[in-house]
Design a protein around this ligand. Structure first.
Ligand code: FAD
Length: 467
């Protein structure tokens, strides 16, 4: 192994190969559920350096775990406990290579932090719409490897739909340059789409060409209080019909989810009193503030008159709008403060969500009396974060050890019964690898295994994740 470490030092410089000391920033995942041990943390700065690292590791049969911001929620970005895998951190690759205003694209290194890319686009008067609560530390390479969703999928799509091309270092150490930025290219299999969502199991993403959009002329944000989840689905339909592509956000928050924010972040003002359900709506308008306000107010007034919503608060300034988003984005953090929990990132046809939640809530409470259900998510995309916290007063670690498998089975059986997916946007990683085999058809699994065997025959790219 010391031969490999020497080769890695030659490839990226000795200062960028960390083999001793406290490596927990790379070895422990964001949820603190997976702690591994790396042979070394290797920090290349260029695509050529990544290719040299992959070539050296491949020659020794050493597995590579790519990592961006290490904010993934399924244990995909940390090494296993064997001490034999190389942790390849992409964060030194943080260059914006080109902004092409006429093509509405930017080409960037994989290690660029998402928020920095939003700011780069804004500095050109343009919008890069991918947005999620981890945007201050997650990287675009990680977003693409996990096919991240976030809060504007309803209008702009997920990471896959925002990417026109990739640069990838393959498992053989070759560089594939697919960065041309074409909106049309029907020249065979779509290699870009293979790597997006592959969670580092097929190759290392080193660069990407991303789609940009015009900045909206105005944005309106509101919170609405609703009596039922069925009413939230009705409000979504109304908003889609009235606002069309102008509806850029539609987030739902259950009462207990916002109660956790009240408890752990009392400094965050909640403009509406507690309600069974609260929805955050956002409209982006290409015309003007007056146009946006007219449409938005009439949508909310008619929903109030018809009893679809009970109350609403409209943000009157950018600060108020940010504060509303901050509330929504604080839910995962409040959950983490409350203690270990069981997360389900699921998607369902929107029309089936109220029935799914009613039936599954009842079944969970019957099987696990006192369990606290934290339900929130991107209702506009049919994506719920349908999570469960141990009963009050019960040690969370004990509850998870005894009941996590049974809770998951109950929830995922219900998801399957309602034609949903067990992973909407967080991926599979280590967390859902066993579950995937039960939920995907044998035909789908054998095609995925064949792709993996063709592109990574020695199983060195993020081994033990996803498949
Ligand atoms: P990492 O965590 O480092 O890695 C994620 C996966 O990608 C791993 O399997 C890793 O091996 C692989 N990978 C990383 N970089 C590369 C690369 N360059 N090439 C190949 N493989 C690579 N996700 C959503 O979709 N929507 C949300 O709304 C959302 N909200 C979140 C909120 C919080 C508070 C947190 C902590 C996470 C949230 N996430 C959300 C999870 C989300 O998947 C990640 O935040 C983000 O997409 C991962 O980026 P990262 O750079 O941190 O990747």
């Amino acid at each position: 192994m010391s031969k490999l470490l020497d080769e890695l030092r030659t490839a990226v410089g000795a200062a960028n190969v960390l083999a001793d000391g406290d490596l927990s920033a790379w070895e422990l995942d964001w949820r603190k559920r997976y702690r591994g041990r790396a042979l070394a943390v290797v920090r290349p700065a260029t695509t050529a350096e990544v290719a040299a690292v992959v070539t050296a590791c491949a020659a020794q049969g050493t597995g590579i775990v790519p990592q961006g911001g290490n904010t993934g929620l399924v244990g995909g970005s940390v090494p296993d406990a064997s001490g034999t895998q190389v942790l390849l951190s992409l964060t030194r690759m943080n260059r914006v290579r080109q902004v092409d205003e006429a093509n509405f694209t930017m080409t960037v290194d994989a290690g660029c932090v998402l928020q920095a890319l939003q700011e780069t686009a804004a500095s050109h008067g343009l919008l890069f719409p991918l947005s999620l609560a981890a945007e201050g530390s997650c990287t675009i390479g990680g977003n693409l490897a996990a096919n991240a969703g976030g809060t504007q999928v309803l209008r702009y799509g997920n990471a896959r739909e925002l990417c026109l091309g990739l640069e990838v270092v393959t498992a053989a150490g070759e560089v594939w340059d697919g960065l041309a930025g074409l909106r049309k290219d029907n020249t065979g299999y779509d290699l870009r789409d293979l790597f997006i969502g592959s969670e580092g199991t097929l190759g290392i993403i080193t660069g990407a060409t991303l789609k940009l959009y015009p900045q909206p002329a105005a944005k309106m944000t509101a919170l609405a209080a609703l009596p039922t989840l069925d009413a939230a689905v009705q409000l979504l339909q109304r908003a889609q019909r009235r606002l069309g592509a102008g509806l850029t956000g539609f987030e739902v928050m259950g009462r207990f989810a916002l109660d956790l924010v009240r408890t752990h972040f009392p400094q965050l003002a909640q403009p509406l009193p507690p309600a069974p359900w609260t929805v955050l709506l956002e409209q982006s308008d290409a015309e003007s503030e007056a146009h946006a306000r007219g449409l938005f107010e009439s949508l909310l007034e008619s929903a109030l008159e018809d009893g679809v919503i009970d109350d609403a608060a409209l943000a009157e300034s950018l600060e108020q709008s940010k504060a509303m988003w901050h509330l929504r984005e604080s839910i995962p953090l409040a959950q983490a403060e409350e203690g270990l929990n069981i997360k389900h990132d699921i998607s369902l046809p929107v029309s089936r969500i109220p029935a799914f939640v009613a039936a599954t809530d009842a079944a969970l409470l019957a099987a696990f009396p006192g369990a606290r259900l934290v339900n929130f998510g991107h209702l506009g995309d049919g994506n719920l974060h349908y999570n469960l916290q141990a009963p009050a007063g019960v040690a969370a670690a004990d509850f998870l050890r005894e009941h996590e498998a049974a809770v998951n089975r109950l929830v995922y059986d219900a998801v399957s019964a309602h034609a949903g997916s067990i992973s909407a946007e967080h991926g599979i990683g280590q967390l859902k690898r066993e579950e995937l085999v039960h939920r995907k058809s044998p035909a789908a699994m054998s095609m995925m295994r064949a792709i993996k065997a063709a592109l990574d025959p020695a199983n060195l790219m993020n081994p033990g994740r996803l498949l």
